[in-house]
Write a protein that binds this ligand. Structure first.
Ligand SMILES: [Zn+2]
Length: 508
């Protein structure tokens, strides 16, 4: 009997060795194919520069996609795809365990303690917010202040026409309600009830909970009407200061705003002066990303960015740090809408170490799922949202290798039907555990009725994120920012001190 067992044991050991041998070589092959595939990404990145920086000759979609086609010999088998997925799962489990081990505070009990969680999230040190749109920051108080101060004349039909012409949406009941207002009336002549009704158009309705982007977009018809006149800067200053005071109250020390500004020395001076003024009044370091509206012609955005780049080379400032492509992603794919500007900057930046503009781009919120890949190949060092990266295994590998920063906005994603935070854990945590430097932000603080503390609440209450991982995201919000190395050092040191103090106080 003993002999028999021994023999069976030997056979089993041999079989196990064989399986190991087979799976090892499959693993190797999967890895070799992965490396070869990611090399195609590197080539595409160079091709992007060649065609948009050296030749000003944008790449067609067909030529672009042809760069990623895999031949019969380098095509992944389903088993190889499974192995890459397994490897990612392993990394996720290891990093999760490591973060739990490193966590100085156990936040598990807070997941079922809303008051305790709110207090924790308010107090826990934050770094910066890298994804903030000024036109989305209005609170009811600020809108009311501006409407009262400037007393504009309200013509409901103007909004109905504008929203319709721009492909935006107001729900039928909202259209009807808007039409109950007088045909034309100064704000202060409306009854209190009418004023309240008009004010509601600056925010998303709470029913339903999630909306299409076109409903969200309609709010900007009201915001633009409210602010864009000869008093624009004065009004925006009220808005910026209101927001920055609130952000400082939530522990934020650094903000990057994305907004459009015409390329001019006046703009540079204005943004530099604002950064200085806002820092002295609120203690928050403010930097600016030049916005490119993605529905505009790609050539127009490229022209603007080239003009900005040249101006900033001649008139350096710490205040203006980058560029960002934004507005509705659906129907405005990254390749067709951004390669002229981003491909140019990617080439310029690779030749000029002291280049003034870094790059981020809204990608992977909705629309073409290839946008995150293409943003990365256009040379961005960060991506806004990036949610759809969850469905693109190979680009996820590329992002992991490159350590591309991702600006995550959980409540925005929830309200714009990008990701239902209650239905499944938000992918920010999967990305973070894969070693991608994710940070949390708010997108449009006022419209989504959120702030960085509420984003923390959303993260903790809907996932199993640990304290060390929240900490990592705070540090990422500084390390992946576009601030100068010196500013990053100062902010990182300050954040470290805040965490030490917080941990002492919180556990007592
Ligand atoms: Zn955004």
């Amino acid at each position: 009997m003993v002999v028999k067992y021994k023999r069976v044991g030997r056979i089993l050991a041999f079989a196990a060795g064989l399986i190991l041998l087979v799976s090892c070589s499959e693993q190797d092959l999967a890895h070799i194919k992965l490396v070869a595939h990611l090399k195609k990404y590197d080539h595409a990145k160079e091709f992007m520069i060649e065609r948009n920086y050296q030749q000003s000759n944008p790449i067609s979609r067909d030529d672009w996609e042809a760069m990623f086609v895999m031949g019969d010999s380098d095509k992944f088998t389903p088993i190889e795809i499974g192995l890459i997925e397994e490897n990612q799962k392993l990394i996720i489990e290891q990093n999760k365990a490591e973060a739990i081990r490193k966590s100085k505070i156990d936040i598990d009990p807070l997941r079922n303690d809303p008051d305790g969680l709110a207090k924790f999230c308010h107090q826990v040190p934050k770094g910066g917010m890298l994804h903030v749109h000024p036109y989305g920051l209005f609170t009811r108080d600020v809108v009311l202040d501006l409407l009262t101060k400037y007393n504009p004349t309200i013509v409901p039909e103007y909004f109905i026409t504008t929203v319709r012409n721009q492909g935006q949406v107001l729900y039928d009941n909202e259209m009807e309600a808007l039409r109950t207002l007088p045909e034309s009336s100064p704000f202060l002549s409306l009854s209190e009830e009418q004023q309240k009704l008009f004010l509601s158009y600056f925010f998303l309705p709470t029913e339903p909970v999630a909306h299409d982007f076109t409903r969200f977009d309609a709010i900007f018809a009201f915001v633009i009407w409210l602010v864009e006149d000869e008093n624009l800067d004065e009004k925006m200053e009220i808005l910026y200061l209101d927001f920055l005071h609130r952000a400082a109250g939530d522990g934020i020390s650094y903000i990057e705003f994305t907004n459009g500004f015409p390329p001019s020395v006046d703009s540079i001076n204005k943004l530099t002066n604002w950064s200085e003024k806002f820092f002295s009044e609120t203690g928050v370091v403010v930097r600016w990303n030049l916005g490119q509206l993605r529905f505009l012609p790609a050539e127009a955005n490229a022209e603007m960015i080239k003009a900005w780049n040249a101006l900033l080379v001649d008139n350096p400032t710490d205040a203006v740090v980058g560029t960002d492509l934004y507005a509705i992603e659906r129907g405005n794919p990254a390749l067709e809408k951004a390669q002229n500007a981003y491909g140019y900057l990617s080439g310029y930046n690779s030749e000029h170490p002291d280049h003034p503009l870094q790059m981020t781009m809204h990608a992977g919120e909705l629309g073409d799922p290839r946008n995150v890949r293409d943003a990365m190949l256009m040379g961005v060092s960060r991506v806004g949202h990036g949610v759809l990266l969850k469905d693109d295994l190979l680009t996820l590998e590329y992002a992991r290798n490159l350590k591309i920063g991702i600006e995550m906005n959980i409540n925005s994603n929830h309200q714009l039907s990008v990701h239902d935070k209650n239905a499944a854990p938000h992918p920010f945590l999967r990305f973070l555990r894969l070693g991608i430097p994710v940070s949390l932000s708010t997108d449009n603080d006022g419209i989504f009725n959120t702030n960085i503390s509420k984003e923390c609440i959303a993260a903790v209450s809907t996932t199993d994120v640990s304290y060390a991982e929240l900490q990592a995201m705070s540090y990422n919000s500084i390390s992946t920012s576009f601030a100068s190395p010196k500013t990053k050092d100062i902010l990182t040191n300050r954040l470290r001190q805040k965490f030490t103090l917080f941990e002492q106080q919180y556990s007592n």
